[in-house]
Ligand binder design. Structure first.
Ligand SMILES: [Zn+2]
Length: 104
C-alpha cells in the first residue's frame, strides 16, 4: 500500500507526486520537499553512531602499552557488565519459576 499525494515544491513551486519518503526530492529542481525531516533523520543517525562509539574506548596503535591495556580492560569491563546484568536477570527469572514450582 503506497500513499501517493501531490506535493508543492517549496523551492520552485512545481507540483509533483510525493511517496512520503524521507529523502524525496523535487524532480524539477532537486530540492528536498521536507528538508527539516532529512536533517533530523541524519542527526539522529549520527547521534546513534556517536553513542555507539562513546560506549567503547577506541584503542590506537600510538597508545602507550599501559594505556592500551587499560582501554581494553575498560572495554572488557563494560562488555561483561552489560552481559553480566542480563545473565543475572535471566537467573532471577529462572529462580522465580523454580520457586513457584516448588511452592505448588
Ligand atoms: Zn522544485
Amino acid at each position: 500500500m503506497s500513499q501517493i499525494s501531490e506535493v508543492k515544491c517549496p523551492a520552485c513551486g512545481e507540483w509533483s507526486k510525493w511517496t512520503n519518503k524521507v529523502d524525496e526530492k523535487c524532480p524539477e529542481c532537486s530540492a528536498y520537499f521536507n528538508h527539516g525531516r532529512v536533517v533530523y533523520e541524519e542527526e539522529k543517525r549520527i547521534n546513534t553512531e556517536r553513542i555507539k562509539k562513546d560506549s567503547y574506548l577506541i584503542t590506537n596503535d600510538t597508545d602507550d602499552p599501559v594505556v592500551h591495556m587499560l582501554k581494553q580492560f575498560v572495554n572488557w569491563l563494560r562488555w561483561t557488565t552489560f552481559y553480566g546484568i542480563s545473565a543475572i536477570y535471566f537467573v532471577i527469572a529462572i529462580m522465580v519459576v523454580v520457586y513457584g514450582l516448588v511452592m505448588l
